[in-house]
Ligand binder design. Sequence first.
Ligand code: MG
Length: 158
Amino acid sequence: MIRVGHGYDIHRTVPGRPLVLGGVRFDCGFGLDGHSDADCLTHAICDALLGAAGLPDIGHFFPNTDPAWKDADSQFLLRRVVAELKKAGFVPVNLDATLIAERPKIAPHLAAMKAALAVSTGLPVDAIGLKATTNEGCDAIGHGKAIAAHAVALIQKT
Ligand code: MG
């Protein structure tokens, strides 16, 4: 049996925090606001996996009121999500995600992000699709005020 899930996340950009996307750190002078490392791409992937399994969302498992998740590495959260899936009798099959960011330039880092996500999910790199686009100057993302991500995940019953 196969199941599909969808995830979406957005975080505001702020000065003075490291930017982490797909487990990769960018040295670009700003980061994302959030309780954890605010890696919106990894959060969207977590929600896609959880949604596919019919499980509650990332906020249920890692509430932003819990000091345990303050500045948490979202790759750790993703590994925990894959463990929750396993408990429910599912394994990931493939992922596809789109990151929407006006800056920094994402394309040169896509391979490193895929490699990090492959380690966290246990998937082969070629089962992870990852694209980056800008918002063409439109809306808050286009003005560099936020970065967002969409993800879909296919999982199967073990
Ligand atoms: Mg988030």
